[in-house]
Design a protein around this ligand. Structure first.
Ligand code: C5P
Length: 304
């Protein structure tokens, strides 16, 4: 049965924007194996969508292009949305509040395990939606602890604004003057294992991200800065997934002013000067590779 997400059926709807690592540099490794990174991150106006409503029992439903890939884990109660719900409920209980049952709907528009933080964004949106539905506001320390337990990218997805993240993602600096970019996201629909990509890194002691947080809201200047940066996870991801090289080349030939892989891949983005160009590029990429995922979008600007 094809389920349609009817936003009006829910008390609250929360967007879960795609996270794009415009640059990512691996600077070290912690004793527990997690890698230290410096990453320049922005968020798209395209992503998953979640609905929340009070219910007589906990329920979880799915729709959207990529929802079939999640059906089994959702049936097994193993999805980051459910883990986020349970951790927030536990924190509420510790604070003396018994959170009532909830129906959560996830419209899965983003490819799964694709380096644009779909699962992390869904988890962050679940925390945001349930705080509203349940009328609770845990401390920022509690929220950070819950977010980090769910994944290294969840704290930045809670912010969902242009930022630089360091550590494993827990140290966040906002970029209030960061501009919006027209972008094409592309994915060959091959999932890439994040731990495997990290394990194939040639070196883990790269220099820190050299960026001034004081840079003005100047589109051209930022494009030049971004062009000069890199994603340290791209070379190992390319050895695991041949399609990344082809994908990146295809986006480049559509006239992107900068092209790079996001996160641990396999999604690559292309930056364009105008949204109309990005839309035209996505349409022609789609006709070249109808079996792949292409999406034109704009990114969210800093909120200065
Ligand atoms: O935190 P998350 O569950 O998203 O990470 C998935 C896996 O990716 C981790 O288990 C770890 O192997 C690897 N990882 C890492 N360093 C990071 C983030 C993730 O090594 N900063």
């Amino acid at each position: 049965m094809h389920v349609i997400f009817a936003a009006g059926d829910f008390n609250f709807v929360q967007e879960a924007p795609a996270k794009i690592n415009l640059a990512l540099q691996v600077t070290g490794q912690r004793a527990d194996g997690y890698h230290l990174l410096d990453t320049l991150v922005t968020f798209a106006r395209h992503g998953d969508r979640l609905g929340f409503r009070a219910s007589h029992r906990d329920e979880f439903s799915l729709s959207g292009r990529f929802s079939p890939l999640l059906a089994d884990e959702a049936d097994a109660g193993d999805n980051l949305v459910l883990k986020a719900r349970d951790l927030l409920r536990q924190a509420a209980r510790t604070a003396g509040f018994e959170a009532p049952p909830v129906h959560i709907h996830l419209e899965k528009n983003l490819p799964v395990a694709s380096g644009i933080g779909g699962g992390s964004a869904d988890a962050a949106a679940t925390l945001g939606g349930l705080m509203r539905l349940w009328g609770i506001a845990p401390s920022s320390d509690t929220m950070m602890a819950i977010a980090l337990k769910l994944g290294a990218d969840v704290p930045m997805c809670l912010v969902s604004r242009p930022l630089i993240a360091r550590g494993i993602g827990e140290t966040i600096e906002l970029l209030p003057h960061f501009p919006s970019f027209a972008m094409v996201l592309g994915n060959p629909l091959v999932s890439v294992s994040t731990p495997e990509v990290f394990s194939l890194l040639a070196r883990k002691d790269n220099p820190a991200l050299a960026l001034s947080l004081q840079m003005p809201n100047d589109h051209a200047q930022w494009i030049e800065a971004i062009k000069g940066l890199r994603n340290d996870l791209e070379p190992p991801a390319r050895t695991l997934c041949n399609e990344i090289a082809t994908l990146s080349q295809l986006i480049e030939t559509q006239g992107a002013v900068a092209t790079r892989m996001s996160g641990s891949g396999a999604t690559c983005f292309g930056l364009f000067d105008h949204l109309e160009q990005a839309k035209a590029a996505a349409a022609s990429l789609h006709s070249l590779r109808p079996d792949w995922y292409f999406q034109a979008t704009e990114t969210i600007k800093g909120d200065a």
